[in-house]
Design a protein around this ligand. Sequence first.
Ligand code: BGC
Length: 367
Amino acid sequence: MLFILQADYIFLLNDLLMSIRKEKFGQLKNGETVYQFILKNKNGLMAKVISYGGTLTELWTPDRKGKRINIVLGYQKLENYLKHSPYFGATVGRYANRIAKGRFKLSGKTYRLATNNSPNHLHGGPRGLALQNWQTEIIKTSEGAALALTCFSPDGAEGFPGNLTTTVTYCLTDKNELKIKYHAVTDQTTVVNFTHHSYFNLSGKESVLDHLLAIKSDRITSTDKTLIPTGNYLHVHNTPFDFRKLAPLGARIFEPHLQLKNAGGYDHNWVLSGWNNRLRSVAVLYDSESGRKIKVATTEPGLQIYTGNFLAGTPTEKKGVKLKNYQAVCLETQHFPDSPNQSHFPSTVLEAGEEFRSETVYGFEVG
Ligand code: BGC
């Protein structure tokens, strides 16, 4: 009896320390409710996720002195996500990043997608998964409570073949990690590529150009003017793309390198070393002043670093205050852009009956 009581007590205590709370966030025009989930771990880290777009809206982490700030860009109001958000915190799919001219061939058939980033397809299209209201469920995992969000995308949605069911799971572990797992199944051969699109700013200042970045990679996929891979790799040695050792994002971002000119800063896919489909550590982002650090681990072969080169003018919820370029940086784990048209890139094809799985972990530390 005593043991049972004790066990109950520990369980309750654990629930108090690590918790997920559900509340209403807003309502869509079609009457659907958008829910918000507040995830807390035992160390007081807090994340908020909404069902619309499977979007991380807030993430509060401490600095060296224990002062917590929200380190991701986002909104408090649903209407701002609907009107202004450049994929803030979103779960992006069916295909994250670009597909050249919105066209690709699969099993001998040509598919045409929306070209919402003229002349290319971007982030799953104007009605992609980032703009859908996902089904939600709080589940138990070996690491504690997690939030599972599921989205059904019918055959032909945005031009993609196959009925696709995608589930993304967020878990804020007691080791101060945000673990994101993706699972997808289709009933027809299709292509998939998912990413998490948080815009990180570890200092709360107006620029992240003094943040330090390191990536385990010695190549990027070079791109043309429209940010589509040319098919060639560029070795980072002696270029502004060399982040093999910690270097400030801003140190070389304005150098007259053609690749930087095409993108207005960093908006490139780094080819991650040692890809073997297993979870491994691939990158670190660090703000030396506050001590906040993010360690990125993933099962994916690529990492898009996007320094918010097109953020200027994006409204915030403070009256009259707009965002500036380079105010945040996205660390988007992914398969390479335009893989459906580049047969030498790791494949993004998902066959009927196959299960797609991937995982990305953002670990938060102070250093
Ligand atoms: C892309 C950028 C784009 C941004 C917002 C990033 O993933 O690489 O080119 O502007 O998303 O859509």
